[in-house]
Ligand binder design. Structure first.
Ligand SMILES: [Zn+2]
Length: 62
């Protein structure tokens, strides 16, 4: 059962340590998830980021 906590990026939502060890990145929940493991309390989780469209950049025009 996943537990959703608002929390802060870069901070363990369980013990509030800033010692997060980041692992892989994957697509999830319509955004991007960064997996982490807290080096202080051993909890694991994922930071979920939303991807927002900003603008188009044309690199090569045909
Ligand atoms: Zn922790």
């Amino acid at each position: 059962m996943n537990e959703y906590i608002d929390g802060f990026a870069g901070e363990c939502p369980v013990c509030h340590s800033n010692s997060l060890d980041y692992g892989h990145v994957k697509d999830c929940d319509g955004g991007v998830c960064y997996a982490w493991r807290c080096e202080d309390c051993g909890s694991t989780g994922e930071e979920v980021y939303e991807i927002n469209f900003i603008h188009q950049t044309v690199l090569t025009r045909w």
